[in-house]
Design a protein around this ligand. Structure first.
Ligand code: NAD
Ligand code: ZN
Length: 343
């Protein structure tokens, strides 16, 4: 048994740092030393207590991570202690209708590791070897914590089937929206990012992205001018706001595709007449598969994703709560990482 530190969510707004004992990895498993763990919007929802019905407390959160293997279980031949890895945090049952149809990432009984089972905000973390994704030795481990959200963006751009030369409007310039904009641009699309926060717009501008401010601009009008009256080929709804849904419909041209990425827990009003009139398509996009993850490793490693600009703050494991506070109070923040003391 090894004793190390873990951060546990024990109820609304409470994170406790304490010792944790880890048994050696079993057959098919590996033990990791997480180096950096990103905090995402879902972690924040859990922290607020909004997902207490789903998480089993005390819960170790964290699913955006990078780290190194410390021990491998019996029968593992492809991996060795010291290997740099990230984890695709999904486990599926393999026999539900989604799995049978080849869409295991949206299994009817999906186990999202870090939400439904223990995550990476700890100094030792045992996971099935099948979840590992190899990192190139040249990739810094802090940057590599962005691979998971980048895989989301790769999946979304793929679902929307963005083509070179297409005009794309991304609504919502949080980490996911910015990553979608960057991935779409790397595929040859022309991109406009719509974001309310001055800080996030200026950060996107430093990445060379053109932005629009919905507080001061009529976005539908801007999109119409930009496309000489035609409307955009693709929009992404990544804001989670009702106004974002309206905008994502209004900016589209004939046969435009709206890719829905944000989580809208409640039903939203949608201008269906516009869908009929312009023959629009609505595409849902959830999570990623292994191909998306592997492409994301490449995009972070080759600098398409400028990790140094996206990472606003890194806090030590014992101060994990301050990472949640930083995101919660909003302000000038994009991505916050927790450093587990292993890097
Ligand atoms: N599909 C998936 O698998 C998947 C994966 C990860 C996250 N998500 C979801 O994607 C969404 C974005 O994630 P994030 O981490 O970037 O969240 P975020 O909350 O950091 O970003 C949302 C951004 O939208 C902006 N915004 C709000 N209203 C707006 C409006 N009317 N117009 C333009 N911008 C507006 C906000 O200022 C904010 O910067 C969330 O809903 C999240 O739950 C989905
Ligand atoms: Zn399944």
């Amino acid at each position: 048994m090894t004793t190390t530190l873990a951060v546990r969510y024990t109820g609304a707004r409470t994170l406790e740092t304490g010792p944790s004992t880890t048994a050696p990895p079993g057959p098919g498993e590996v033990e990791l030393a997480p180096a950096f763990v990103g905090v995402c919007g879902t972690d924040l929802h859990i922290f607020h207590g909004s997902m207490d019905a789903r998480v089993t407390m005390p819960a170790v959160l964290g699913h955006e991570m990078s780290g190194r293997i410390t021990r491998v279980g019996p029968g593992i031949v492809d991996w060795q202690p010291g290997d740099a890895v990230t984890v695709m945090p999904l486990r599926w049952d393999g026999d539900c209708p989604a799995c049978t149809a080849g869409h295991r990432h949206i299994c009817h009984r999906l186990n999202f590791i870090g939400i439904d089972s223990p995550g990476a905000m700890q100094q030792r973390w045992t996971v099935p070897a099948a979840t590992l994704v190899r990192l190139p030795p040249t990739l810094a481990l802090d940057s590599a914590a962005l691979v998971e959200p980048t895989a989301v963006a790769v999946h979304d751009v793929g679902r929307a089937a963005v083509q070179p030369g297409e005009r794309v409007v991304v609504i919502g310039g949080g980490p996911i929206g910015v990553l979608i904009a960057l991935v779409a641009r790397s595929r040859g699309a022309e991109v406009r990012l719509v974001e309310l926060s001055d800080y996030r717009r200026s950060l996107a501008a430093r990445m060379g992205l053109s932005t629009w401010n919905p507080a001061t601009d009529d976005i539908a009008e801007r999109a119409s001018e930009w496309t000489q009256g035609a409307g955009a080929e693709v929009s992404f709804e990544v804001s989670g706001a009702a106004a974002g849904v309206t905008t994502a419909v209004d900016v589209l041209g004939v046969r435009g595709r709206l890719c829905l990425v944000a989580i809208h827990p409640q039903p939203r009003e949608v201008n269906l007449h516009r869908f009929f009139w312009r023959e629009l398509t609505l595409v849902g996009a959830r999570l990623y598969d292994r191909t998306d993850f592997e492409q994301a490793v490449g995009l972070v490693a080759d600098g398409t994703v400028p990790a140094d600009l996206l990472i606003t703050k890194v806090v030590p494991l014992a101060e994990a709560a301050s990472a949640f506070d930083a995101l919660e109070t909003g302000g000038d923040v994009m991505k916050v990482l927790i450093e587990c003391g292993n890097s």
